[in-house]
Ligand binder design. Structure first.
Ligand code: ASP
Length: 329
C-alpha cells in the first residue's frame, strides 16, 4: 500500500463519532456535536505524524502551559523520530547525501525565529526558538546556525540513519535522479499550530525538506510568511508540500490575511490553494497543503491534491482528518 493510501485509510476518525449526551425523561440520548473543533486549548498539525506530536503538545496545553511551549515540545517528537523520513533525524538527505534542516517558530507577540540549511542538529525547532529569544535576529543559516547551536549547548549528531542512506544510494542509481520531481513519496513537513488556555496562538514548522534537493536549497518551512505565520489577533497558518510554490504566494501569510478579512480557516486555505493553482502553468503532481486556526479556535485545511490530512487534539477531540482538496492524483 502506498504511503498516501495508508494516510487516507488509516485515519483514526475518533472525532467523527463524537457526540454530546443529554438526559431527558431518564433516557440518555446522543446528539452530534457541531463545531466540535471549536474551543481552547487546541492543537493541530500536519500529516499522520501529527498525532504523536499533538500528544506531546497536549501535555503542555492541558496543564496550563503556553502555546509556544506546546508547539516546540510537539514538533520535537517528530524531529527526533528516526523512522520519519521527512523531518529531523532520519530525514532523507539532499543530492549529496547531507541531511539539511529548515525550521521556524512564531509566538503570539509576532516574535519569530528560524534556522535554515542547518546540519547535524537533531532539534532545529529549539535552535529557532533560541534565535528568537536570545538574539536580535530572526534567521540564521548554514554554518552560522550550526555554530550558534553549538554555542548554545545543542549536541552534534549525524542525522543520516542507515535506512535513509540506503534510500539515497538507491535513488542515486535510479533514473529518477536525472529529473528530480516532488511527488507524494519524497516530501512532508510537520507544521503545528496551537491555542492555549489564554487564547494565545503560536506555531512551529520543521522539515528536512524536499528529498534529494540541490545542496543549499531552502524551502518554505523556515520562512515566516511562507511555511508559517501567526497573528494573534486573527489566527495562524502553516504549509506543507512543494515549498517553492508556497513561497511564490507567501502562502501562510496569505491564509492569515484571508481570515482577517472574514474567511473561515477552511475557506482561507482553499483560496490560497486556488491561487497556487492559478499561478502555476503546470500543476501536475504539485502538492501543497495549508492548515489554519482562527481566534475562535476553529480549524481547517485544504490541499491541491487528495491525501493531505491533519491531526486535531482538544478537550473533546482526538482526530486525524482528511483535508478537502481540489484534484485527485
Ligand atoms: N515544504 C517542505 C519543503 O518544501 C516540504 C514538504 O512539506 O513536503 O521543503
Amino acid at each position: 500500500m502506498s504511503r498516501r493510501k495508508f494516510l487516507k485509510t488509516g485515519a483514526l476518525g475518533i472525532g467523527a463519532l463524537l457526540t454530546s449526551k443529554i438526559t431527558a425523561n431518564n433516557n440518555t440520548i446522543s446528539i452530534p456535536l457541531f463545531n466540535a473543533t471549536k474551543g481552547k486549548p487546541i492543537v493541530i498539525s500536519t500529516w499522520n505524524h501529527g498525532t504523536a506530536a499533538n500528544k506531546a503538545a497536549w501535555k503542555v496545553l492541558n496543564t496550563g502551559g503556553t502555546a509556544l511551549d506546546a508547539v516546540e515540545k510537539g514538533v520535537r517528537v517528530t524531529e527526533s523520530d528516526a523512522t520519519n523520513r521527512s523531518v529531523g533525524l532520519g530525514g532523507l538527505p539532499d543530492r549529496e547525501g547531507k541531511v539539511t534542516l529548515d525550521a521556524c517558530i512564531m509566538n503570539h507577540e509576532n516574535e519569530c525565529g528560524a534556522v535554515a540549511f542547518l546540519q547535524d542538529i537533531e532539534n532545529p525547532i529549539s535552535v529557532a526558538r533560541k534565535v528568537m529569544e536570545d538574539t536580535p535576529h530572526v534567521m540564521l543559516v548554514g554554518k552560522g546556525a550550526f555554530q550558534f547551536a553549538m554555542a548554545q549547548g545543542f549536541p552534534k549528531r549525524d542525522l543520516l540513519t542507515p535506512e535513509a542512506k540506503k534510500a539515497w544510494l538507491k535513488w542515486k542509481e535510479s533514473e529518477e535522479q536525472k529529473k528530480p520531481e516532488v511527488n507524494s513519496e519524497n516530501h512532508d513537513t510537520i507544521g503545528m499550530l496551537a491555542m492555549d488556555e489564554d487564547g494565545n496562538i503560536s506555531g512551529a514548522c520543521t522539515t528536512s525538506g524536499w528529498a534529494y534537493k540541490l545542496h543549499g536549497r531552502v524551502g518554505d518551512s523556515p520562512l515566516i510568511g511562507a511555511g508559517l505565520f501567526v497573528d494573534n489577533e486573527v489566527g495562524g497558518a502553516c504549509a506543507t508540500g512543494l515549498g517553492e510554490a508556497v513561497i511564490r504566494i507567501a502562502g501562510s501569510h496569505t491564509v492569515v490575511e484571508l481570515m482577517r478579512h472574514g474567511k473561515s480557516p477552511d475557506e482561507a486555505c482553499q483560496i490560497a490553494v486556488e491561487r497556487i493553482i492559478k499561478k502555476h502553468k503546470d500543476i501536475k503532481g504539485l502538492q501543497v497543503g495549508f492548515l489554519a486556526i482562527n481566534k475562535q479556535g476553529e480549524v481547517g485545511g485544504y490541499s491541491v491534491y487528495a491525501g493531505f490530512n491533519y491531526a486535531i487534539k482538544s478537550k473533546k477531540i482526538k482526530k486525524l482528518k482528511d483535508a478537502a482538496y481540489k484534484m485527485e492524483w
